[in-house]
Design a protein around this ligand. Sequence first.
Ligand code: PAF
Length: 286
Amino acid sequence: METVTRLQNLRIAVDKLREGGRIALVPTMGALHDGHLSLVRAARERADHVVASIFVNPAQFGPNEDLDAYPRQLAEDSRMLEGEGVALLWAPPVEEVYPEGFATSISVSGVSENYCGAARPGHFDGVATVVCKLFNQVAPDIALFGEKDYQQLAVIRRMARDLDLFRPCADDIIGIPTMREEDGLAMSSRNRYLSPEHRRQAGGLPVAMRAAVTDLESGMALEEVLNALRTTLLRVGFESVDYAAFADAESLERLVAPPSTPARLLVAARVGGTRLIDSLAVKSLS
Ligand code: PAF
């Protein structure tokens, strides 16, 4: 695996790879776990070469979020990516991505406004801006993102459609199902912050979410389902539920009645001070 940290070297390396076939991009902020590696494996099945990026993007951290505390472990991450057959690692320093005078931001309205967007103002502007740059820098045939960060995926797809992005185009932005621990908890770099007791309680999140989807599909009223879900999460040890909502799978508009198109259950809740998010698919019920 080749590692590049400068744009001019990236261009040379990518051009060389492109001669040998299709390129898949897996963007990350490092601190890799099996969830990220599942994206790399899915990328390898769909393309000839995988480019991974590791960039802890300052633009997506709010003033109260600790950018400096974000785990950085480039040597270990590189070993993991190499072991999975990644051809090229793009790991630029901050000044390569945001040089002196950088003044542009992409803001995707609608889909980015509720849920995590409401709790983290500016977060999705930072994500959209850096992902658009990564797309322009690597120009991959496809790009892969985890469905755990479902709102992020929806924002990126909306951006790609609205800006007529070409490489990758919106249809080549691929969502990969969430990798889960044995008890169903979605894999996340945040899980490492949980004490053993809070980790045990966190396992209640996917269980309660699956029950909520089943309840909705069996005809229980939507508001009743969400109230029961919030009550269960507080009972199993969560301190608070930031949001719990059924939403249209593409626009993320909040549903007030059973879905007539594919939908998603979206939840963010806190346990032991750690904010966990998860999402599950909900089928159209008519
Ligand atoms: O999901 C992430 O790790 C980041 O938000 C992403 C997509 C790499 C952009 O910085």
